[in-house]
Design a protein around this ligand. Structure first.
Ligand SMILES: NC(=O)c1ccc[n+]([C@@H]2O[C@H](COP(=O)([O-])OP(=O)(O)OC[C@H]3O[C@@H](n4cnc5c(N)ncnc54)[C@H](OP(=O)(O)O)[C@@H]3O)[C@@H](O)[C@H]2O)c1
Length: 266
């Protein structure tokens, strides 16, 4: 695979570790990065889904595609992922993408579910970034994409913990970029709006109706991922895919969005 075939223009693309790659946006990152010649480490809980994706991608592209079953709400499972990270010679890309929503009021949600969300959306990305960055600094190249959400921009109080954790990972990404300046590492906080995935089909999201939102508000995972990869080298850490999300965001929080988009203070 030659350099112009991958989004970074790298000779010899190395490995990419993608959390939440058993479905949706994470699985699509896996497909697009496999096509670009990266070897993959797929992380999520549903082994059968990861195995099926791994088999398809290995057959199609002849890359190494490894499966790592982990529940990232558990610290011990994050430590196991880190043990594997420590063994990988050429981890070029880390995509912290695992996530879930809960459609209920703060007090109605079981207390430990809030802790699980904090761990999956924030603790895990922090732990995995901490483990991955030293190798990237040594090799003078790397890409970190942390999947946040448009909720981090619009600050929707109806989903307090989702908004808070996604905001935390966005701020963490912005400050991380300052810390890794000059090391060859690129950082992005991907902030998608409504995307067709399994996200809204879980038990915890039952009651959510896609049809209540305009069709043009929805994006396909393929589009979100290819726009995200294209934007990795841009100045702004916060990346909002899709014109519709920029417009919606502008209408809701014109001032704040402008501040984020310009990111002059980074
Ligand atoms: N879809 C949207 O409209 C939307 C909008 C903004 C942001 N996002 C964000 O995009 C990311 C990807 O979500 P998606 O839309 O692609 O939804 P999805 O299809 O439901 O994918 C979510 C992924 O996260 C994994 N995951 C969830 N909990 C986990 C845990 N405890 N441990 C390990 N993996 C876990 C799931 O795998 P297993 O179930 O196999 O563990 C799955 O692979 C999430 O962070 C989400 O918050 C989505």
């Amino acid at each position: 695979m030659n350099a112009e075939n991958n989004f970074m223009g790298w000779e010899n693309p190395g490995s990419a570790l993608i959390t939440g790659s058993s479905s949706g946006i994470g699985a699509e990152f896996a497909r697009q990065l496999a096509q670009q010649g990266f070897n993959l480490i797929l992380v999520a809980r549903r082994k059968e889904k990861l195995d099926a994706l791994s088999k398809t991608l290995q057959e199609k592209y002849s890359n190494d595609v490894e499966v790592l079953v982990a529940d990232l709400s558990n610290i011990s499972d994050n430590k196991q992922v880190i043990s594997r990270i420590n063994e990988i010679e050429n981890l070029d890309i880390l995509i912290n993408n695992a996530g879930f929503g809960i459609l209920d009021n703060f007090l109605q949600i079981e207390r430990m579910k809030h802790v699980e969300m904090i761990n999956v959306h924030f603790t895990s990305p922090v732990m995995l970034c901490h483990a991955t960055i030293p190798g990237m600094v040594r090799r003078k190249r790397g890409v970190i994409i942390n999947t946040s959400s448009i909720f981090a921009i619009n600050k929707d109080s109806s989903l307090i913990m989702y908004t808070t954790t996604k905001s935390a990972v966005a701020i963490f990404s912005e400050l991380l970029k300052v810390k890794v300046k000059g090391t060859g590492i690129f950082v992005q906080a991907l902030c998608p709006g409504f995307t067709y995935t399994e996200f809204h089909d879980t038990d915890a999201m039952s009651g959510f109706q896609r049809s209540l939102y305009k069709a043009e508000q929805w994006m396909k995972a393929e589009e979100v991922v290819s726009l995200s990869l294209d934007a990795v080298k841009s100045k702004s850490v916060i990346f909002i895919p899709g014109e519709i999300n920029l417009v919606e965001g502008k209408n809701l929080r014109k001032k704040k969005l402008k501040k984020y988009l310009n990111c002059e203070w980074l």
